[in-house]
Design a protein around this ligand. Structure first.
Ligand code: BEZ
Length: 256
């Protein structure tokens, strides 16, 4: 379940962004899936965490808005159920014991439509366990891109597609939709990027198409070099890039 305009290269994502589900395993610990439970995995990507939930004996459904991701997930785990669905328009009403979501909800706007649909999908007393980019996520990465844009192109940089709420923002959304927040934490999680010296350029190419695709090829190269130079002060150490991720982790229970 990713950005409306984002096109996903599922193979490359799986190959280079395995840290997404490696970090997500800690969140799975908070979900603590049990045999026989019905669980919805929102924004399952290539399916690694959905398959872990299935291994615990739960009846899990993984959904993602990207057909490319779902195709890859089905290839990876043919025994698990996956559907192409948009979290804002989930067709479920009171069906799940738990909704789980890792590293996805910051791509979805309006966030309230996603929260309303996830709350609707839960049984009364059902739990939500979610982690997304939180307030300040990739702030330096964005700042570097916007400054670089100004140095190579006319006009203001395109606005980015992400929603990075604080604890209060997201707790209020959940409460408006019948959920009681049981835990919420905003924390820094510096994240080393694969690819050595190319790590940041690859990140912009994978996730920053709102910047890169809007530039002619020669300007795109100048943009990437300028962004690297600006970002290097804070994000480059010993030849490797570390992205300035900040996570908002939240658990909530649907009111009875
Ligand atoms: C994140 O997981 O925080 C993220 C990933 C790609 C683009 C933006 C944010």
């Amino acid at each position: 379940m990713r950005a409306v305009t984002q096109q996903w290269n599922a193979g490359l994502y799986q190959q280079s962004y395995g840290f997404v589900w490696e970090f997500g395993k800690e969140l799975l610990g908070m979900l603590a899936p049990r045999a026989g439970e019905s669980i919805l995995d929102v924004g399952c990507g290539t399916g690694q965490l959905t398959a872990e939930i299935a291994r615990a004996g739960a009846a899990v459904v993984g959904i993602d808005r990207s057909p490319a991701m779902i195709e890859e997930a089905r290839k990876n785990f043919p025994e698990v159920r996956f559907h192409v669905e948009d979290v804002r328009a989930l067709p479920y009403d009171g069906e799940f014991d738990a909704v789980f979501s890792n590293a996805v909800l910051h791509w979805v706007q309006p966030a309230e439509a996603a929260v309303a649909a996830m709350a609707r999908a839960l049984k009364p007393g059902g739990r939500l366990v979610a982690e997304l980019g939180g307030r300040g996520n990739v702030a330096e990465t964005i700042r570097a891109a916007e400054e670089a844009w100004k140095s190579v192109a006319d006009g203001p940089p395109p606005s980015h597609p992400w929603y990075y709420p604080g604890v209060g923002d997201y707790a209020s959304l959940l409460e408006r939709h019948g959920m009681e927040v049981t835990f919420a934490l905003l924390f820094d999680r510096p994240t080393p990027l694969e690819g050595g010296a190319q790590g940041l350029e690859r990140w912009y190419e994978m996730f920053g198409s709102h910047w890169t695709a809007a530039l002619a090829p020669e300007k795109r190269v100048a943009f990437l070099r300028a962004a690297e130079e600006i970002a290097s002060v804070k994000l480059l150490r010993d030849g490797g890039w570390t992205a300035d991720y900040r996570r908002l982790r939240v658990t909530a229970r649907k009111r009875l």
